[in-house]
Design a protein around this ligand. Structure first.
Ligand SMILES: O=C(O)COP(=O)(O)O
Ligand SMILES: [Mg+2]
Length: 216
């Protein structure tokens, strides 16, 4: 059974904050509200799009509504790849893992449609044995069912898999699923969120050696 590396998306594989930030600014500008700082935006990412819009609305004194959420989702999904790129070193790490026989998967709280659009725009469709989005299953991270469902879809073995993510939700999902989590220190989470992780990768260049240590 091959080893499986299950990657979080936002803040781990891709630096998606610029496009999320731009879409949030367009949304609140339509309501006559001022734009966000980048730190405000990265602090609101990680619990899926509904939580993102609830937080953004609260921060700009706007009532949350399904219509607001739907407007954001449509706009962001159409423009998710304008400024979003892989973090430097990620492409090489994915290539190296694939070359070592690892199976690759994505487990993200980003909705599946936006995730698919983004991965396609980055030329990454087909790279992953499975992609579990934030609305692909009845549950999402930190619920381990999201990670285990993605792993099952990838044909991976939970006893031979590692989760890599930048948020507390990734660490908690991995812990609940009985997998080690490697914390992505270059992402949007704080290092305090790494508590309970099996290790911290400071840069994508450290991914392959640390993953090989975790699953020799
Ligand atoms: O959509 C989010 O809030 C975060 O997505 P992630 O799980 O890929 O970090
Ligand atoms: Mg993330």
């Amino acid at each position: 059974m091959p080893r499986t590396a299950v990657f979080d998306l936002d803040g781990t594989l891709v630096d998606s904050a610029p496009d999320i930030h731009a879409a949030l600014d367009r949304l609140v500008a339509e309501e006559g509200r001022p734009p966000f700082t980048r730190a405000e935006v990265t602090g609101m990412i990680g619990d899926g799009v509904r939580a993102l819009i609830e937080r953004a609305a609260a921060a700009r004194d706007l009532p949350f509504s399904e219509a607001l959420l739907a407007r954001f989702t449509a706009d962001y999904t159409a423009r998710a790849a304008e400024a979003t790129a892989l973090f430097p070193g990620i492409a090489a790490a994915l290539d190296a893992l694939a070359g070592l026989g690892w199976r690759l998967a994505v487990c993200t709280n980003k909705p599946a449609a936006a995730t698919a659009a983004l991965l396609a725009a980055l030329g990454l469709d087909g790279r992953f044995a499975a992609v579990g989005g934030g609305d692909s299953f009845p549950v999402r991270k930190p619920d381990p069912g999201h990670l285990l469902g993605t792993l099952a879809a990838a044909g991976g073995d939970p006893a031979r898999a590692v989760m890599i993510g930048d948020h507390r939700n990734d660490v908690l999902a991995a812990r609940g699923a009985g997998l080690p989590c490697l914390f992505a220190g270059w992402g949007y989470g704080t290092l305090a969120m790494a508590e309970g992780a099996a290790g911290i990768a400071r840069s994508p260049a450290q991914l392959v050696p640390l993953l090989r240590d975790l699953l020799p």
